[in-house]
Design a protein around this ligand. Structure first.
Ligand SMILES: [Zn+2]
Length: 493
């Protein structure tokens, strides 16, 4: 009974849930270490502390008992590089200019005034900055390494299979732990970013994490989510292979295009079992990182942030991977643990926030000279402040015409609704409270709600849009510019 179990699991959260004005806020003295964990492709609702019915996350569940847990954190895109850039700069994707992973192929991210990542802000404040990443879309060629003194990534130059293009989270954490023990300076504060890849396809968990097998709860969940085998069969061959064919990622050479996997109930059950095992692997890796921080006497005084760049469809809305902006793609976990008594913890925050708000919220609890320039550029806000007044979060779909068509699509989410808009085209409205699966479009019934969201989107998109330099922008960015202009917005507005 997944639904009943989820409700029971959420009871403690409901008891401690609060509005931000209930919080007693203080400032963390000195310069605390900041540890950021971003998990690629982790949807919030597959963690125990977010109500999942399987035991995927004992470490994170325990962490949530001493943290702020944000129930409604929304990612600005379900695409890895743009979302990480939004997290690091506090900017919406249209403000930092990267709206697809491919955008960095010809034009790697380069910091500039108004687009400084948190790594540079903290470095200017005297922090030692280090990153340990697991997957290719946040590797050095994208430019995301800017501002990091130490950048440790998976060497995929000789990769011959899909599996070889990334590395398991436990490998990444071992390297971070070794650095903490042997190289991290003891007399300087640290900003440590650890990026884990395990829930991202291909889902090939290690045997020790294969704890979940198809059960009645899973079948009920598939039904509840409206997963439709026939419609999934219409997806292109590469997506079916990446998600459903566990063998594909290890094959060399790659199979021919004519070998299209057949979608079955068994293959979907296997996908969920393997995905959940990879979530458990992530949980293990976070546990190992916390152990390493404790053994180097850094845990108690650290700010610890756990989040994800985006979710994963897993068959909902006739999609298996990510990139689209339905709820399962943009609802991400967010746990913030502050040292000392600067913030009363644990608490559940039930207002809608965005990943762009993470660092404005963290910096507001600290006293750093260099944070002023970050506040000046960031569209993100301190969500714990009484003055927090942005009631919605923006998401936009990747623009990647070669794979996903030329559709530009935005969504605004608030505590009640999600509204979708295609510039010059359709709009949809869903009641997330009564219809979390977004099946019943209510746009025609609530035109006044749509009008309000449309005005908000117009204001948001006209706020400091940034386009990659002329002549170097890739097709995806050029298309984004054209469609945005067709919607009535240019860089001068
Ligand atoms: Zn990602």
């Amino acid at each position: 009974m997944p639904q009943l179990l989820r409700l029971l699991l959420l009871i403690p959260a409901v008891l401690t849930s609060c509005q931000r004005t209930d919080l007693e806020l203080g400032t963390i003295p000195g310069q605390p270490d900041i540890v950021l964990v971003t998990v690629d492709t982790l949807r919030a609702d597959h963690l125990g502390c977010y109500g999942y019915f399987r035991d995927t996350s004992p470490v994170l569940d325990a962490l949530s008992e001493e943290s702020l847990l944000f129930e409604r954190c929304i990612s600005p895109m379900a695409t890895t590089l743009p979302t990480h850039l939004s997290l690091f700069t506090g900017l919406w994707p249209h403000q930092h200019g990267y709206v697809a992973n491919t955008g960095a192929v010809l034009t790697p991210f380069t910091p500039s005034e108004g687009r400084k990542p948190i790594s540079i802000i903290l470095k200017e404040a005297g922090y030692t900055t280090a990153a340990f990443v697991s997957g290719p879309t946040v590797s050095r060629p994208t430019g995301i390494h800017s501002g990091f003194d130490h950048f440790d990534e998976h060497d995929a130059k000789s990769a011959r299979t899909f599996e070889d293009r990334s590395r398991p989270g436990d490998t990444t954490v071992v390297r971070a732990a070794r650095w903490l023990k042997e190289e991290a300076p003891q007399d300087q504060p640290l900003f440590l970013w650890v990026h884990l890849w395990d829930p991202h396809e291909p889902n090939l968990p290690a045997p020790r994490h294969e704890l979940f097998t198809a059960d009645a709860g899973l079948d009920e969940l598939l039904t509840e989510r409206g997963v439709d085998i026939e419609r999934l069969q219409a997806l292109d061959t590469i997506q079916l292979r990446r998600l459903l064919d566990a063998d594909f990622a290890r094959r060399e050479p790659l199979p021919s295009d004519s070998e299209k996997p057949v979608v079955t109930l068994e293959s979907l059950r296997s996908l969920y079992d393997r995905y959940d095992a990879d979530v458990r692997a992530t949980d293990d890796a976070v546990g190992a990182l916390i152990t390493a921080l404790k053994s180097t006497d850094r845990w108690e005084s650290s700010v610890f942030c756990f989040t994800s760049d985006h979710g994963q469809s897993l068959g909902q809305h006739d999609w298996l991977e990510h990139g689209t902006i339905t709820h399962e793609n943009v609802h991400v976990p967010l746990l913030l643990r502050f040292p000392g008594d600067a913030v009363a913890q644990p608490q559940v925050i039930n207002q809608t926030v965005s990943l762009i708000d993470v660092f404005p919220t963290l910096l507001a609890r600290m006293e750093l000279d260099s944070s002023a320039s970050f506040y000046a550029q960031a569209a993100g806000l301190d969500v714990l402040a009484d003055s927090f007044d942005r009631p919605f979060a923006l998401s936009q779909r990747s623009v990647r015409p070669t794979r996903w068509g030329a559709e530009l699509r935005f969504a605004l989410s608030d505590d009640h609704w999600r509204w979708y808009h295609v510039p010059g085209g359709s709009e949809e409205l869903y009641d997330l409270e009564s219809d979390p699966g977004e099946r019943s479009d209510l746009a025609a019934l609530h035109p006044e709600v749509c009008d309000s969201f449309r005005s908000s989107l117009r204001l948001l998109l006209s706020d400091r849009p940034y386009f990659l330099p002329e002549g170097t922008a890739d097709d995806a960015s050029r298309l984004f510019l054209e469609q945005l202009e067709a919607f009535g917005y240019t860089g001068s507005k």
